[in-house]
Design a protein around this ligand. Structure first.
Ligand code: GLN
Length: 240
C-alpha cells in the first residue's frame, strides 16, 4: 500500500512543531508496512488534490495567513474544497484550520476572505487564548494539546465540532466546542503537535485515507505505551 500526503505551505505554516504530525502519520504507516510519500506544496507550486490521499496544513500567525491568501486564491482553494467534499482525509491546525472557513477578521479589524470550504467563521480579539487544553471526541477519545490563538471560531449548522472542551478554550472560549469535523476532514486549534501523543486520532486519519483508496481498512494495533504515557502525563500535570 502507498499513501501520498500533501503538506500545504510547510515553510509558512509550522508553529510549535506542527510538522511532527506528518512524522507521526508517516511512522505509524511505515510500522505497518505502508509506504508514504510526502510532497511540500509551497507558494507558487501547482497543486492537484487528486494526486493525494491525505492533506495537511499547519498553523501560523495572522501575518503568514495574510501573505498566503493570494496564492491560495489562485486555485488551491478550489482544489482543497473539492477534495474535502469528496471525502479526502485532512487535518488542519489553528491558522490552517481557520483558512478552511468563510473568513477571518483579525483583532485589528482586517477581514481575510477564506475558502469557505466549511461552514464556520473566525473573529479575533486582542486577548489571546493560550494554554494546555484537552477535549473529548464523540468516540470518547480524550485529546490533549496546546492552544494559542486570537481567533474565535463559530461553527455553522453544516459541520460538527471535533470535540467538547474538557479544559481550556477550544473554538471560542464560550460554547465548549473544539475544532471542526466534516466528512473526513478534521480541524483543531491543537498545536504541540497533536498526533504524536494522541495516536488514536492519528489512526483515525490513516484509516480514512486507506478506506478511501483501498476499500476496507483494518489497522494493525501498535505498541502505544510511550504515547499513552505522554498523554496521561500531560493530563495529570495540566488538565485534571
Ligand atoms: N493567526 C491565528 C490566531 O491567532 C492562528 C494562530 C495559530 O496558528 N497559532 O488566531
Amino acid at each position: 500500500m502507498n499513501i501520498r500526503i500533501a503538506h500545504l505551505y510547510p515553510d509558512m505554516l509550522n508553529l510549535y512543531g506542527d510538522r511532527g504530525n506528518i512524522i507521526a502519520l508517516t511512522r505509524r504507516m511505515n510500522f505497518r508496512g505502508i509506504e508514504v510519500q510526502t510532497d511540500a506544496i509551497t507558494m507558487g507550486k501547482s497543486f492537484n488534490a487528486e494526486d493525494y490521499d491525505i492533506l495537511f496544513i499547519g498553523g501560523g500567525q495572522d501575518f503568514e495567513q495574510d501573505v498566503l491568501l493570494d496564492d491560495l486564491k489562485k486555485g488551491k482553494d478550489i482544489e482543497i474544497s473539492k477534495a474535502i467534499n469528496n471525502g479526502i482525509a485532512m487535518l488542519a491546525i489553528c491558522g490552517g484550520y481557520q483558512m478552511l472557513g468563510k473568513y477571518y477578521k483579525t483583532y485589528d479589524g482586517k477581514k481575510l476572505e477564506y475558502m469557505g470550504a466549511l461552514d464556520f467563521y473566525t473573529e479575533g480579539k486582542e486577548e489571546r487564548m493560550i494554554g494546555n487544553y484537552a477535549f473529548r471526541t464523540k468516540e470518547g477519545i480524550e485529546v490533549v494539546g496546546f492552544e494559542n490563538h486570537s481567533g474565535r471560531t463559530y461553527l455553522g449548522s453544516n459541520v460538527e465540532p471535533l470535540g467538547t472542551v474538557i479544559k481550556g478554550y477550544g473554538n471560542n472560549g464560550e460554547d465548549k466546542t473544539e475544532g471542526v469535523r466534516f466528512k473526513n476532514t478534521f480541524g483543531t486549534y491543537s498545536h504541540g503537535p497533536i498526533l504524536p501523543k494522541n495516536p488514536q486520532l492519528a489512526d483515525m486519519i490513516i484509516s480514512k485515507a486507506i478506506e478511501n483508496k483501498y476499500g476496507k481498512c483494518n489497522l494493525e494495533p501498535l505498541d502505544d505505551e510511550l504515547e499513552n504515557k505522554a498523554r496521561k502525563q500531560v493530563m495529570k500535570l495540566y488538565i485534571k
